[in-house]
Design a protein. Structure first.
Length: 201
């Protein structure tokens, strides 16, 4: 049985949301990640950028059996990241994954019939955390943008689990994702403040 919070309705007016974005949080799922210029593409020059590194612990390691408990923990890790961003009054959350053991694979079998079970059987901690971010962002009312190798797959799984998240979700095209440059070294003249923190599970 999937967690009850996954069924909470999405906030209204996601596709009509506009206005000034003063604070953006980038959540890097995996402590070894960096993000390139493509992740920051289109962000306003005046927006403060905060960087959070989300360490999934054993859930993020290859070879770990991904059971229901680990799936629920990883989904909740994504949800908590959105809650922290909301409490910090961030107008946009950007979730970036490095591409775990399932990176580059096709859509999992059974995703439309039972997306939760398909994610349990096929997924990993990184993918589940990104899915949790998308769903929680729509529920709380924080737009989520995904980047990285697994971004499109995470978006498809999230929309299969909760179709109403689409209005709060955008995906950065993979061609714009360049992990060779670190966020903290980029566009320093355009940002009034940068703050990095690491959250471990």
């Amino acid at each position: 049985m999937k967690p009850d919070w996954l069924a909470v309705p999405a906030a209204p007016d996601g596709c009509e949301r506009g206005g000034r974005i003063d604070r953006v949080r980038v959540v890097l799922v995996g402590t070894s990640l960096s993000c390139g210029d493509g992740i920051l593409h289109g962000l306003p020059a005046y927006a403060d950028l905060e960087i959070e590194r989300l360490d999934l612990g054993r859930n993020g390691r290859c070879g770990v059996v991904f059971d229901k408990h680990r799936l629920d923990v990883a989904l909740s890790a994504g949800r908590h990241a959105v809650e922290r961003a909301s409490l910090a009054h961030c107008g946009l959350l950007i979730g970036v994954g490095q591409g775990g053991r399932k990176a580059g694979r096709e859509q999992p079998v059974g995703i439309l019939d039972d997306p939760y079970d398909a994610l349990r059987r096929w997924g990993d901690g990184e993918l589940a955390a990104l899915v949790g971010m998308v769903i929680a962002g729509a529920q709380i009312g924080v737009p989520v943008r995904l980047g990285g190798v697994n971004a499109s797959l995470a978006a498809r799984v999230a929309m299969a689990l909760h179709p109403d998240v689409a209005d709060w979700l955008s995906v950065i095209p993979l061609r714009r994702f360049s992990p060779a440059h670190r966020c903290a070294d980029e566009r320093s003249s355009r940002r009034s403040r940068r703050r990095a923190e690491c959250v471990r599970l």
